[in-house]
Design a protein around this ligand. Structure first.
Ligand SMILES: Cc1ncc(COP(=O)(O)O)c(C=O)c1O
Ligand SMILES: [Zn+2]
Length: 398
């Protein structure tokens, strides 16, 4: 059972029953380098026999402890999950024959391409939505503040999908270069989409992120898939790892493509320390590997956040979902790599391109970002049976 949160950087503690505890209480605009991590009671809570992962693993989740800790009955909480998380699937995790043959080891694929909104991103966001809906049901939220997200793809679409189902207003801040297929899907879902252009005299950094920050400063909920911006996204993200663990695959390594790092940290937590985490970034954007090299075996990497996790200059890759210029959840990914004996892997752009072809011809309907983990196999990074995550669906034909 989840008891609460503790900041990885300053040690601040937050009880799980506290509403809207999105960030460390010590974090602020001039001191953003804090991130909450979950604290449990050390007892693995029972799984509920249900096909929906947010019901199945409810007892291990923070949103559920938040509900029950504030007086909601378990039955009410589970029925809320059935409606808010309606449509989520325990996605397939199985050996892929063509990939195993090609790479000469068993390759297990967690196939998220059929997940709600076509990627794993909705898993992160639905735990934030469950927190909000629980708060609303319990009378802790008098008025609905708008949701805000900054993203150019899967996360924004997942956010717009979940918001539309609850008729919750959402503002999506996107760069001008966003794929129009995403824009029209979000428009159709009723999201208010702000295409953010860089204006003369703007501060450096992503203009979409700047728009998002001012919306949050004005009272919007940070409906984010980055742990430091909203730790509650790390709650639901863990379902992907638990689903993989439940299969009992004999894998020695887990390969995950890393953008902001929430996916890798959540998947690795769910799978446990006996499977080595290989955190994959493209050569055109590898801030994690740079930071990990800089900290070496320093026992207190958190104290060096500002020094080592610096924005990558001009990120570029075909895998455009992992072009976050900073790996926001780097501390959790670093910890997972240390605990499991894993490491960062930087792949060449040629391997990213090849990985897309290889994954698609192995029957996976993946986007380039969704195939990016396979690039590590193309480069021979694996040393035994390995798990990869086909994290997002191919939308090129959409
Ligand atoms: C399909 C897909 N896979 C993987 C990632 C990387 O996830 P994270 O940013 O949590 O590292 C993203 C992020 O946008 C994505 O869209
Ligand atoms: Zn803190």
């Amino acid at each position: 059972m989840i008891l609460g949160w503790v900041c990885r950087v300053c040690g601040a503690e937050v009880d799980v029953a506290r509403p809207f505890s999105w960030t460390c209480p010590s974090a602020g605009a001039d001191d953003p380098h804090h991130v909450l991590r979950l604290v449990d009671d050390g007892v693995e809570s029972e799984v509920i026999d249900d096909a929906n992962p947010f019901v199945r693993f409810a007892r291990r989740m923070a949103w559920f402890s938040f509900a029950v800790g504030n007086g909601m009955s378990e039955t009410e909480a589970l029925s809320l999950a059935r409606s808010v998380a309606n449509g989520f699937l325990v996605t397939p995790f199985a050996v892929n024959g063509p990939l195993s043959e090609r790479f000469g080891v068993e390759v297990w694929v967690k196939d998220e391409t059929g997940q709600l909104a076509g990627s794993h991103k909705a898993r992160h966001l639905v735990s934030v939505m469950l927190h909000l809906r629980v708060a609303e049901e319990l009378g802790l939220l008098a008025e609905r503040p708008p949701l805000a997200i900054s993203s150019c793809g899967n996360a924004a679409l997942a956010a717009s999908t979940l918001a539309a189902r609850e008729s919750w207003p959402i503002e999506v801040f996107v760069p001008t270069w966003m794929d129009p297929a995403f824009g029209s899907a979000m428009d159709a879902l009723g999201a208010s989409v702000h295409r953010c252009e860089r204006a003369a005299g703007d501060p450096p950094g992503d203009p979409a992120m700047a728009g998002f920050r001012s919306a949050v400063a004005a009272g919007s909920v940070p409906f984010s898939v980055q742990g430091p911006v909203n730790a509650w996204c790390l709650d639901g993200g863990r379902t992907i790892g638990w689903e993989m663990a439940a299969v009992g695959a004999p894998v020695s390594e887990l390969v995950v493509q890393v953008g902001g790092g929430a996916l890798a940290s959540c998947a690795a937590q769910g799978l446990g320390g006996s499977v080595s985490l290989l955190a994959v970034q493209a050569e055109g954007c590898a801030p994690l590997e740079r930071a990990v090299t800089a900290v070496g075996d320093d026992a207190d990497p958190a104290s060096r956040w500002a020094e080592v996790m610096t924005p990558w200059e001009e990120p570029h890759s075909l895998a455009d979902g992992i072009l976050d210029d900073e790996t926001y959840d780097w501390l959790a990914v670093l910890e997972a790599m240390r605990v499991s004996g894993g490491r960062p892997v930087v792949v060449s752009e040629a391997s990213v391109v090849e990985a897309v072809e290889v994954a698609r011809s192995a029957g996976l309907r993946v986007s380039p970002t969704g195939a990016a983990g396979v690039a590590a196999l193309v480069e021979g990074a694996q040393s035994g049976p390995v798990a990869v995550i086909a994290s997002g669906v191919d939308r090129s034909g959409a």
